[in-house]
Design a protein around this ligand. Structure first.
Ligand SMILES: Nc1ncnc2c1ncn2[C@@H]1O[C@H](COP(=O)(O)OP(=O)(O)OP(=O)(O)O)[C@@H](O)[C@H]1O
Ligand SMILES: [Mg+2]
Length: 270
């Protein structure tokens, strides 16, 4: 069971789209994921057809009332389970400070989740700034995906993440695995290739080979409360997110067992 945080200290780079569509690709492979919306903006939560309204039924209930994660997770068709965000989450920094207890709370919550839950991997959609929520996600995960929306400001955000991760490694006493993912990749723009080359120069082998093209189905699907596979299974966006999953599987970063089609159908229908 692998835990992945999707983070960049820059907004609008494709974090939410990547969590949504990577979890959907994993589901098509035959495994439900736990998806956690850790962004007080709640964009991922808005894709769910029927999210709870009360803050206590969101991740805020875990922080404020010590509710177990299992009591907050709701079913999400075609994805797995979702723990929703709420705008109250913005208060977590000011209420709890930045001590080790709060920073490790999600990690411990997920350890308890893993003992009882029937989901496989956990994917966390982070907010676009470094605070208690994003740090907690990094503390809790096995690796971080950093989307870069093929422009210079996204690249700068990614460089900030690299510095943050390097600073955290001595604290956590381990290398924090990370992979940089080019998103909103538009081959008609010279800047796309310049930013890609710069990313390769800065982050080397940590840049994923898969790129996520600028694609209308990726942009439109959330408004229909769908992931890209449900919205347009033959789109470039669906193909790219499948390629992302394939690369993560082949590199061993995501040790998901490939299943036969029959096994997948049995799993998904159970
Ligand atoms: N590959 C893509 N092709 C076209 N549009 C995209 C693509 N990826 C993301 N978008 C669009 O770009 C916008 C930002 O994407 P997204 O919400 O995934 O980014 P984010 O990093 O989560 O943003 P925030 O920091 O605000 O949470 C959205 O409107 C989304 O639909
Ligand atoms: Mg987002």
């Amino acid at each position: 069971m692998t835990r992945i945080a999707v983070f960049n200290q820059k907004g609008g780079v494709g974090k939410t789209s990547t969590v949504l569509n990577l979890a959907a690709a994993i589901y098509r492979q035959g495994q439900r994921s736990l998806i956690i919306d850790m962004d007080p903006q709640g964009h991922l939560t808005e894709v769910h057809p029927n999210p709870p309204v009360a803050a206590s039924q969101s991740l805020f209930g875990f922080y404020q009332e010590n509710k177990p994660l299992a009591s907050l997770a709701i079913d999400w068709e075609g994805m797995g389970k979702l723990i929703c965000s709420h705008k109250e989450l913005i208060k977590v920094d000011s209420i709890f400070g930045r001590g080790p207890a709060i920073l490790n709370r999600l990690k411990h919550g997920l350890e308890a989740w893993d003992k009882t839950a029937d989901t496989g991997n956990t994917l966390i959609d982070c907010c676009p700034y470094l605070g208690v929520l994003s740090l907690s996600a990094i503390f809790a995960t096995d690796f971080v995906i950093i989307p870069i929306a093929s422009d210079y400001l996204s690249l700068q955000g990614a460089q900030k993440v690299e510095h943050t991760l390097k600073a955290l490694e001595p604290v956590l006493k381990k290398r924090i695995e990370r992979r940089y993912l080019m998103t909103c990749y538009d081959r008609r723009r010279g800047m796309t290739f310049e930013v890609h080359e710069q990313a390769l120069a800065n982050f080397g082998n940590d840049v994923l080979q898969t790129v996520i093209s600028e694609n209308v189905a990726v942009a439109e699907s959330p408004q229909h409360k769908q992931n890209v596979f449900q919205y347009s299974a033959n789109s470039t966006g669906a193909r790219d997110y499948q390629a992302l999953l394939d690369e993560l599987l082949e590199s061993g970063l995501l040790p998901l067992q490939r299943k036969t089609q029959a096994a997948q159908a049995a799993d998904i229908n159970s």
